[in-house]
Design a protein around this ligand. Structure first.
Ligand SMILES: NC(=O)C1=CN([C@@H]2O[C@H](COP(=O)(O)OP(=O)(O)OC[C@H]3O[C@@H](n4cnc5c(N)ncnc54)[C@H](O)[C@@H]3O)[C@@H](O)[C@H]2O)C=CC1
Ligand SMILES: CC(C)CC(=O)C(=O)O
Ligand SMILES: [Mg+2]
Length: 343
């Protein structure tokens, strides 16, 4: 589901790589976001959602753009993406941030802070303030106001905490749960629930808690202290964009969104539709290519192909392949060619 802006540009390159690497995987395309709104008057049709549910994995580019900012909220491209995430019930969004050795100098931080960096943000994706009701912009007692509701339930926190603990067990065994329990009831609830879940499901995992604002600071000060960061929908969104700059560019960051076992995962770059560079053929396709890599690993049972692809991206970077965001001048297609050559 290529979506809007640079979405189709980067997904086209991931598709070329999929066709070369795993030719047995059948690929079909669907519209989402502004592209779907323009064609069907809605950012996600029931038919497309049904097809996504029947797939083994969904690879999405990005949605949104200035053309649709005046569109009604529930018809905007971003609403289509939220509906897709909710419709697939992909509640755990895995956002790894690791620094390829060749990109240590492209990071916003000094070399010693990011060399060997490998952290995983586990972001709750289908609840919290992005979905809570009531929400709106209206008027009460002559006062115009805008409001959202940050709300989490016991099962919502428990299921994503379980995933964070499982993932930590396969890594360095440490989870840092972030919230703002000092000022938010939903944050205090999050901390209590994660603590309870840890007692029940967190054997072998060390759990720490941190306020989200402090975590933002620590991500920049000393990012290698983290193994797995567990966050709600809003804080996970913000912290993962911050983590992007540790790795060199937001154009490098993939994500996997997982639901119950046996259901399709949703794979998408962390970045958006980048209207400022859309149509120029200069977007970095690596986040989309690495999202394909995560799909191979987490949904398609092709771990070996995933390892090969990850190594090929590293090799292309080692050989100096760089798009503009990484300080080079390769086009989107030429960057994908470099990965294909390395493959
Ligand atoms: N998952 C999604 O579909 C997301 C969609 N959006 C939507 O995207 C639109 C633009 O949002 P922004 O805040 O500008 O975020 P953005 O991530 O699209 O762009 C932020 C900056 O990063 C650059 N950038 C992003 N991806 C890049 C890539 N692959 N290669 C090189 N440079 C890249 C852009 O050129 C821009 O300067 C909005 O409509 C927003 O709602 C934003 C974030 C996620
Ligand atoms: C719905 C998206 C536009 C929110 C976002 O920025 C993200 O999921 O990364
Ligand atoms: Mg975001």
């Amino acid at each position: 589901m290529p979506g809007d802006g640079i979405g189709p540009e980067v997904v086209a390159q991931a598709r070329r790589i999929a066709e070369a690497l795993v030719p047995d995987v059948q690929i079909e395309e669907g519209l989402v976001g502004g592209a779907s709104f323009d064609a069907h008057g809605t950012p996600l049709t029931d038919e497309t959602l049904d097809r996504a549910r029947k797939a083994s994995a969904v690879l999405l580019g990005a949605v949104g753009g200035p053309r649709w900012t005046a569109t009604a909220r529930d018809k905007r491209p971003e609403a289509g993406l939220l509906a897709l995430r909710k419709g697939l019930d992909v509640f755990a969004n895995l956002r790894p941030a690791f620094c390829f050795p060749a990109l240590v100098d492209a990071s916003s931080l000094k070399k010693d802070r990011v060399e060997g960096l490998d952290l995983m943000i586990v972001r709750e994706l289908t609840g919290g303030v992005y979905f809570g009701q009531p929400r709106g912009i209206d008027e009460e007692g002559g006062l115009r106001r805008g409001y959202d509701t940050a709300i989490y339930t016991h099962p919502e926190v428990e299921r994503v905490a379980r995933i964070a603990f499982d993932i930590a067990r396969g890594r360095n065994g440490r989870v840092t749960s972030v919230e703002k329990s000092n000022v938010m009831e939903s944050g205090l609830f999050w901390r209590q629930e994660v603590t309870l879940a840890h007692a029940e499901l967190g054997a072998g995992v060390e759990l720490a808690h941190m306020y989200a604002d402090a975590c933002a600071m620590e991500l920049v000060r000393a990012p290698k202290q983290f193994d797995v960061i567990l966050a709600d929908n809003l804080f996970g969104d913000i912290l993962s964009d911050a983590a992007a700059m540790l790795t060199g560019s937001i154009g490098m960051l993939p994500s996997a969104s997982l639901g119950a076992p046996g259901t399709p995962g949703l794979y998408e770059p962390v970045h958006g539709s980048a209207p400022d560079i859309a149509g120029q053929g200069i977007a970095n396709p690596c986040a989309a290519i690495l999202s394909l890599e995560m799909a191979l690993r987490w949904s398609l049972g092709k771990e070996k192909a995933a390892d090969t692809l990850l190594a090929a991206v590293g090799k292309a970077l080692d050989r100096g392949a760089r798009t503009r965001d990484l300080g080079g001048d390769l086009s989107t297609r030429a960057m994908a060619d470099a990965v294909l050559n390395a493959l």
